[in-house]
Design a protein around this ligand. Structure first.
Ligand SMILES: Cc1cc2nc3c(=O)[nH]c(=O)nc-3n(C[C@H](O)[C@H](O)[C@H](O)COP(=O)(O)OP(=O)(O)OC[C@H]3O[C@@H](n4cnc5c(N)ncnc54)[C@H](O)[C@@H]3O)c2cc1C
Length: 346
């Protein structure tokens, strides 16, 4: 991408236009900051991460005031869970207004809606443009080299939302060791009809690992398989319940070993989404965490920019908030895996 037209300065530069980066860009642009959002891909791509917890709806309604109904492919009142026992339906919950519903989204469509909203709010969006390296002076990040030519953009704050790439923490030498044994999730899609999976997604786990199955659209289903001890060189087959469906291409794998960036904020930077905290998909709210951490990093950036919060305090608050939530989620999932006798947990 030709980067000559990108201005030399911004209040905030955000790398990565997934849910975390778009949430941060929307919040910063709405607050009136000169916001630049970089995405290395030429546009929103199809990614896994379609099952959203009911809590994500409230956040999405704030970020996307014009709605996001056309990204929703299915709704469900709960999940069928077989955790070392016979599978049983578990509702999300309810209140006086009725049941809570989780939902399945088309991620490419959702990411496109978030990106459009960031543009509409005033963010300068550059697709096909990669953050190359941070510029660090006097211990603070105050610029980024970007694009193939390494053009310099000076900026008050950098928000890393590059997902599992972890661009900034790698560049700053802040990547800690994984917080779990090595975990690999295989996933794939299949088309056809599987009526038993239409009412609710299912997760079935035993001492060897877990399998997730869900309907992600009309006549379209997704599966995931995580073996606690990765099976060397063996691609898993379609789950038994999808035996009558037509697989879409070959299964793919993603390294989802748990990670928590030891310093997810500092002078001039925040790290949001999977780049800051990564758990495997059984934690069930990667997208919600990405939206929430992008939103929080953006809000603290805006507060530091209008001097209602001292920048060092903003970074400290973010570090504590992210660490506490991640430790809680890791402790919880680790205990759930230990119940199954999974090696390396508990
Ligand atoms: C197999 C699988 C299944 C999952 N299922 C679920 C699920 O059902 N529900 C759920 O809530 N979560 C799920 N997740 C997790 C969820 O997908 C992630 O938590 C979520 O996408 C994280 O959002 P993010 O914005 O942090 O990162 P991403 O969505 O990964 O976005 C990061 C963006 O940064 C860009 N980028 C990378 N490097 C650079 C660079 N140097 N410069 C510019 N741009 C860059 C990338 O191209 C990408 O667009 C799943 C994950 C996997 C692997």
């Amino acid at each position: 991408m030709d980067t000559r037209h990108i201005g030399p300065q911004a209040d905030v530069l955000i790398a990565g236009a997934g849910p975390a980066g778009c949430a941060a860009a929307i919040v910063c642009a709405v607050a009136g900051l000169r916001t630049v959002l970089l995405e290395r891909a030429p546009g929103p791509v199809s990614r896994p991460g379609e099952a959203l917890h009911p809590g994500a709806e409230v956040l999405l309604a704030r970020l996307l005031p014009d709605g996001f109904a056309d990204a929703v492919r299915a709704r469900h009142e709960g999940i069928t869970v077989g955790w070392g026992a016979e599978p049983r339906f578990q509702p999300f919950g309810q209140d006086a207004a009725g049941s809570w519903y989780g939902f399945q989204v088309d991620r490419q469509r959702l990411d496109a809606l978030l990106l459009d909203r960031a543009r509409q709010a005033g963010a300068e969006v550059h697709l096909g443009c990669r953050a190359l390296e941070p510029v660090v002076e006097g211990g603070a990040v105050n610029g980024v080299r970007l694009g193939r030519a390494g053009r310099l953009l000076r900026t008050g704050t950098v928000i890393d939302a590059t997902g599992r790439v972890r661009w900034l923490s790698r560049a700053l030498g802040l990547s800690g060791p994984p917080r779990s044994p090595r975990l690999l999730t295989w996933y794939g899609y299949a088309t056809g009809a599987c009526p038993e999976r239409d009412a609710a997604p299912a997760i079935v786990a035993d001492g060897s690992g877990w399998t997730w199955t869900a309907r992600v659209g009309p006549d379209r289903y997704q599966w995931m398989r995580l073996d606690f001890v990765p099976q060397q060189g063996r691609r898993p087959r379609l789950p038994q319940e999808f035996a009558g469906l037509e697989p879409e291409g070959r299964p793919r794998a993603a390294d989802v070993s748990w990670r928590l960036c030891p310093q997810p904020a500092g002078p001039g930077w925040f790290i949001a989404g999977d780049a800051g905290v990564l758990l495997d998909p059984a934690s069930s709210h990667g997208v919600l965490r990405a939206l929430l951490s992008g939103w929080t990093a953006g809000s603290l950036t805006a507060a530091a920019a209008d001097r209602s919060l001292e920048p060092g305090r903003a970074a400290g608050m973010y570090r504590e908030w992210l660490r506490e939530g991640a430790e809680r989620d890791m402790t919880h999932l680790s205990a759930r895996y230990a119940e199954l006798g999974a090696p390396g947990f508990g």
